[in-house]
Design a protein around this ligand. Structure first.
Ligand SMILES: Cc1cc2nc3c(=O)[nH]c(=O)nc-3n(C[C@H](O)[C@H](O)[C@H](O)COP(=O)(O)O)c2cc1C
Length: 286
């Protein structure tokens, strides 16, 4: 659908989802996403122009719709309701073809995105929101499991329940998000019925990630098995978590984005071979 080499889409990141980082994801074969609200409206157009110089591969723009009453990350809190349409029109004028919306109801934006002939991917945490997004005409729906970093919903299911149930209930292509950080997670998501896989925490320690070296080192050493970590990730309140998801535990070092994605895809290929897949065929061995 997107013309990318791999069925991978980059997550939205307040503060970190910047142009150069998104370009590295596109150049590595996935769909790089610029988190639009990281830029002031006046600077947004020049970032899109920059992106087109950094990659000739497909990419998109995220518009995170801040839920009313939810205290959010500072980098995004400058945006008014009307501003979203300003970002949208700038991106449409610059020829952007894919938009992801997230965090809250975004039908008003989706309508304009589709009217402009672009793809609208909506990300949500609950199946009932996914059903509403399908009714509203989203071209793909990202479902975030409770394993994920970012905004949490107290009624969220796991990635496994989200995707397998969504596969029964939706006709729209599904993108799996939440806790995916290696080849097995990637293949597992496709096995559950996802057409695409969203990478969030897993890519934040790459060399191209704008996080500082110190922060990346701290993330790489994070103990995802501790009770304190578990409490912070699965807090079950309507707010964002302040830790990365356990997808980070699959990262052993700060690799380049290309190395991380190629390794994941190579390993997925090896696993498929070990299961008996060769090319388009499967050979079952006893
Ligand atoms: C540092 C950070 C910032 C994030 N900021 C946003 C955001 O601004 N908007 C959004 O929709 N999701 C945001 N998310 C959530 C991700 O887009 C994605 O849904 C999540 O990372 C997927 O789960 P994973 O981390 O297990 O891969 C953020 C996640 C992290 C780790």
């Amino acid at each position: 659908m997107m013309g990318t080499k791999y069925p991978l889409i980059m997550a939205a990141f307040a503060g970190l989802g910047r142009t150069e980082f998104a370009a590295s994801f596109s150049n590595a074969g996935g769909l790089g996403i610029i988190t639009g609200l990281n830029y002031k409206i006046g600077n947004f157009k020049s970032e899109l122009i920059k992106m087109k110089k950094l990659t000739d591969k497909p990419f998109g723009v995220n518009l995170t719709v801040l839920p009313p009453g939810v205290r959010t990350f500072d980098p995004l809190s400058h945006v008014s309701k009307e501003d979203y349409f300003k970002y949208l029109e700038i991106a449409i004028d610059e020829g952007i073809k894919v938009f992801t919306t997230s965090a809250y109801q975004a039908t008003h934006l989706g309508e304009r995105i589709k009217e402009a002939g672009c793809f609208w991917f909506h990300k949500c945490a609950l199946l009932r929101h996914a059903i509403s997004a399908e009714k509203a005409g989203a071209n793909a729906i990202t479902l975030i499991g409770m394993e994920a970093s970012g905004f949490k919903n107290p009624f969220q299911h796991t990635t496994l329940m989200n995707i397998t149930l969504a596969k029964r209930l939706l006709k729209t292509p599904i993108i799996a998000a939440g806790g995916i950080g290696d080849a097995r997670g990637f293949l597992g998501a496709l096995g559950m019925g996802a057409e695409g896989v969203c990478l969030g925490s897993a890519i934040l320690t790459t060399q191209e990630s704008p996080a500082s070296k110190e922060v990346k080192e701290k993330w790489l050493k994070m103990n995802v098995l501790s009770e304190d970590y578990h409490r912070k990730l699965y807090h079950r309140e309507l707010k964002s978590t302040n830790v990365l998801s356990a997808a980070i535990a699959h990262q052993k070092d700060s690799f380049s984005m290309n190395e991380l994605i190629e390794t994941m895809m190579d390993e997925a290929g090896e696993i498929l071979k070990s299961w008996g897949f060769t090319g388009d065929n499967i050979t079952l061995t006893s």
